[in-house]
Design a protein around this ligand. Structure first.
Ligand code: MLT
Length: 309
């Protein structure tokens, strides 16, 4: 019998086509990502579950997933999957670490420009017919020091693009060797030094027990006055309350956040503050990235379900 896959989040049609072409039966029900009762009712029929970030694969859902062999996350972060519970049940969890890395790095760079030049506020003011030319004084990126926390796939691309913008790039990443840092043209530093020296700080680490609250109130207090902070990685990496206080006091000059400690974020300490640019977790939201991750997850899951590889 052909394996059966459920797609429970908004994945590109490419994924559905690939599953079909590979002889896998597939149900495309993106509305189930937000309906956990209905999802739990039907999950028992499926060998594979293809998701993005809306579907929460909890221990409870996994209890009902009696046939499930693989969860495929079209994207990078698997923090919406209870990996411990999955591994206890022998369910493989796979992601697509490369499909959206350029897109996410580009979003971080776009956010850095947006906050340096207050583009969203200037745009809203111009739309409102105000022509507030003297209100929006920005800063140049050229010659500024960018502190990159996490210089892996996405952080590495950000380093490369920032060097192209003639920024001085310093990176904190315990997994980055001196040799690799040299090849990348970045200076490897400890976290405290990055906090002290950076004019802009951008985060590119996953949310784990060791990175949670990496920009805590204590660490934020060590930053240089006038710093601008960009988070296109994960909510929970930065103490949002403490950051809001530092923005109000003027110690932090701006922040650009794509991710929040609670998502969907309908309220947040950063909302409504001047020179805070916010987007609704759009880091991977380009046509190209969504095609890539859909294609990759469908290929990987099909290989696993059909050959065990
Ligand atoms: C990811 O982990 O791939 C990104 O945060 C994008 C997303 O969750 O949609």
């Amino acid at each position: 019998m052909a394996p059966k896959v459920l797609v429970s989040d908004k994945l590109s049609e490419t994924a559905v086509q690939i599953f079909r072409d590979r002889g896998i039966e597939v149900d495309f029900m993106p509305e189930l990502g937000k309906d956990k009762e209905k999802l739990a009712e039907v999950i028992g029929e499926y060998d594979g579950l293809a998701i993005r970030s809306a579907t929460k694969v909890t221990a409870k859902l996994l209890e009902a997933a009696t046939k499930l062999k693989v969860v495929g996350r079209a994207g990078i972060g698997t923090d919406n999957v209870d990996k411990e519970a999955a591994s206890k049940k022998g369910v493989i969890v796979m992601n697509t670490p490369f499909g959206n890395m350029i897109t996410t790095a580009e979003h971080a760079i776009a956010m850095m420009f947006a906050v340096a030049r207050q583009i969203p506020e200037a745009s809203a003011s111009t739309h409102a017919g105000k022509w507030e030319k003297s209100k929006f004084m920005g800063v140049e990126l050229t010659g500024k020091t960018l502190g990159v926390i996490g210089a892996g796939n996405i952080g590495g691309i950000v380093c490369d693009r920032a060097r192209g913008l003639k920024m001085k790039v310093i990176a904190y990443d315990p997994f980055l060797s001196e040799e690799k840092a040299q090849k990348m043209g970045v200076e490897k530093v400890e976290l405290d030094e990055l906090l002290k020296r950076a004019d802009f700080i951008t985060l590119h680490v996953p949310l784990t027990d060791s990175t949670r609250n990496i920009l805590s109130a204590e660490n934020l207090a060590k930053t240089k006055k006038g710093v601008r902070i960009i988070n296109c990685a994960r909510g929970g990496l930065v103490d949002e309350e403490a950051l809001a206080e530092l923005l109000k006091s003027g110690h932090v000059a701006g922040a650009a956040f794509d991710v929040f400690s609670v998502e969907p974020a309908t309220e947040n300490p950063l909302f409504g503050l001047p020179n805070v640019v916010c987007t609704p977790h759009l880091g991977a939201a380009t046509t190209e990235a969504q095609e890539n991750v859909a294609l990759q997850v469908a290929e990987q899951m099909s290989n696993y379900l059909l050959t065990g590889a």
